[in-house]
Write a protein that binds this ligand. Structure first.
Ligand SMILES: *Cc1c(COP(=O)(O)O)cnc(C)c1O
Length: 320
């Protein structure tokens, strides 16, 4: 039996990250509201420290370690944002950090991770197993492994963004958030269930990697090959047992969005709302547009999960 995090864990995480993580703004857009016929509230985690919500879970997890564990150091594996999150959290908390990253991760993410003082170990995401590499480093060097999503403190930390969102704008009818390994959507669902019990929580995956959608449909955790998508924050091969259990219990639905829909949303955010949102962060708006008939007159929260995209890549994708 696994012990699942609860809303009390989200509240404890909120206290731990207070004054360290940004309380990010909630943005609105008259243009987006008119286009969907709904009231949209965008939680701008692209403006979070290190550029994504992952700082919340990473900091909460490192801060929850014993002083001795912190002194020994931490290890994390990640396609990018979790790496930076753990690297920055470790730096702030005085812990050494080793980060296992794919060799084709966006250059900006690798550079930022090194910039926070972490040691970066590169691997091939199409042929090597990052979980095995993380486990080996943890055993060899006595480092505490901070997994990217399947961890009570990580899930609880991720839930603080939606806690802030609902506390600021009030109850929601719908909430959309991206799904990679499911840490963000799980924490978000715990917060939504506690603060806005009637809210329908919808997770959104890249079309090329709908393993979470299939997992809920088939009643078991489905493993897939690393999906080829521009949503690099959601290129996970499987969800975890904790995130699976919470998603199964709390989600109304999982939808998918194609890369072209993400590019369209990214262009909308840049031109109309003047913000940079990375492709993965665009999943929520892309899915909301797909079901706009159901959203008429509703109050809809959308988590913009991050903003870390190379400027070169950003302009290539937008055809600029
Ligand atoms: C990690 C990440 C996600 C997915 O979060 P999970 O907790 O793995 O589901 C979504 N968006 C961005 C920007 C991310 O970095």
């Amino acid at each position: 039996m696994v012990t699942l995090p609860t809303y009390a864990d989200v509240e404890a995480a909120a206290a731990r990250i207070a004054g360290v993580a940004h309380k990010t703004p909630v943005l609105t857009s008259r243009t987006a509201d008119d286009a969907l016929g709904a009231s949209l509230f965008f939680k701008a985690e692209n403006l979070q420290r290190m550029g994504a919500f992952k700082f919340r879970g990473g900091y909460n997890a490192v801060a929850s370690l014993s002083p001795a564990q912190r002194k020994a150091g931490v290890v994390a594996y990640s396609s990018g944002n979790h790496a930076q999150a753990v690297a920055l959290a470790a730096k702030l908390l005085g812990a050494p950090a080793v980060i296992v990253m794919p060799h084709d991760a966006p250059a900006a993410k690798v550079a930022a991770t090194r910039g926070y003082g972490a040691e970066v170990v590169l691997y091939d995401r199409y042929t090597e197993d990052r979980e095995a590499i993380g486990a080996r480093l943890s055993a060899e060097r006595g480092l505490a492994l901070i997994p990217p999503y399947n961890h009570v403190d990580v899930i609880a930390g991720q839930g603080t963004a939606v806690k802030e969102l609902i506390e600021e704008v009030g109850p929601l009818d719908y909430l959309f958030a991206p799904v990679g390994g499911g840490g963000l959507i799980s924490g978000s669902a715990l917060a939504a269930r506690a603060l806005s019990p009637d809210c329908r929580v919808i997770g959104v995956e890249p079309e090329a990697g709908n393993d979470a959608q299939r997992s809920l449909a088939e009643g078991r955790i489905v493993h897939i090959d690393t999906p080829k998508t521009i949503a690099d924050g959601a290129q996970t091969q499987h969800i975890g047992d904790l995130t699976y259990a919470i998603m199964k219990r709390e989600l109304a639905e999982i939808r998918t969005a194609a890369d072209a829909e993400l590019v369209e949303a990214m262009g909308f955010f840049a031109t109309r709302m003047k913000i940079v949102v990375e492709p993965t962060g665009c999943l929520g708006l892309a899915a909301a547009k797909q079901i706009k008939d159901r959203l008429k007159g509703k109050r809809v929260g959308i988590v913009l999960s991050g903003g870390n995209v190379d400027m070169k890549r950003f302009s290539e994708l937008l055809g600029a």
